[in-house]
Design a protein around this ligand. Sequence first.
Ligand SMILES: [Zn+2]
Length: 410
Amino acid sequence: MRFFLGTHQPHWLRLTTAPLFISDRRLREYKTLPTARGTWALDSGGFTELQQYGRWETSPREYADRVRRYRDEIGGLLWAAPQDWMCESVVIQGGAGFVGTGLSVTEHQKRTVENGLHLRAIAPDLPFIYVLQGNLTEDYLACAQMYREAGADLASEATVGIGSVCRRQGTLEAAEIITAVREAVPGIRLHGFGIKTSGLGAYGRQLTSSDSMAWSYDARRKRFALPGCETKHKNCANCPRFAFRWRERVLTSLARHSTRIHLSTSPGKGTQMSRKLDSRAQGRARLTLSAFRDEAARLERDTTIRREHRAGMSVRQIADLVALSPARVGQVIAEPEPDGGLLKCLRELRQRWGVDEDPATSAAADQIIAHLAADDLIDHGADSDVSAIVSAGVQDEESDSETLSLFDVA
Ligand SMILES: [Zn+2]
């Protein structure tokens, strides 16, 4: 799964190759736009638009013109969300700071579908995606039917957004809707807007991509600041250091989840004996990978310790940051630094564990390294090795097959 890190800070586009998710509401304030180092996707900002006005104030033509400017001046734009109509009851009925549209779920869906088709018609050069909206499971299926009747083939789209799902309280309900849509439109590649990390286990695997800005809301609400950040800002709601640590945790949890269920070759084929051999080989692969991951994580952690130490963070603060005892942190600082940096160490580690002897474990090791190295991107810019690894992971989108993709995260 490709994970887009949501941020209010468009200038991060200049800093990182990690995929970002940025709202038109922020970008349109910029006279000079940043140039993207990596890829990103555009949020139309519909939730806030409907919250404030109960309708779209921006015409499709104006919106398309802005998207064209972003595509041309920023670069790296993978897709743009349409001006869709979310179907949460608060958006429709109002209250809690929402003016309310007073329309029906069906009307919201109709307008969403019409806008998607309209944007494609007036700007065929721009990568607008279609979005499914709804409230109950059957609404989403009805929305898919609306696209079908309008002549749009959702299964052939590179990305179809699924809205109003991930903000739900009930994770199981979200999982049920996503499963139903995938059954109704086989082959559909869904992007889940605004995922909750708690839902990743339940439906993460069913999505081709997703985005989240939960880290920012969390940091603001809990007034959280990382050790070393207190002097720079009140909380880490706009802090790349915090955001990229959080992103790493999300990716790791996705990876863990996909190792659990994914490490199997098509069951039901072959004899009893070959199945037994298969499962033995899989057990070995799993052990190799978990040992590799632990060692790689330790290497990355030691690199972080040394980096923060050089940046002037105290041993106690570093200990809090990496959840180790100050004594252990002191030891790491005292140890001689391996030459060649983290990437070289990781390369040696792959050899030592022989992860490249099998394409499946090799792909998994790529992903582990991509996750670990993501944090370094923000601190050191895009090391060409790292971005090569990260983008190799990103391009592996066909994760539906049960065989190869152990870590279908980017
Ligand atoms: Zn911070």
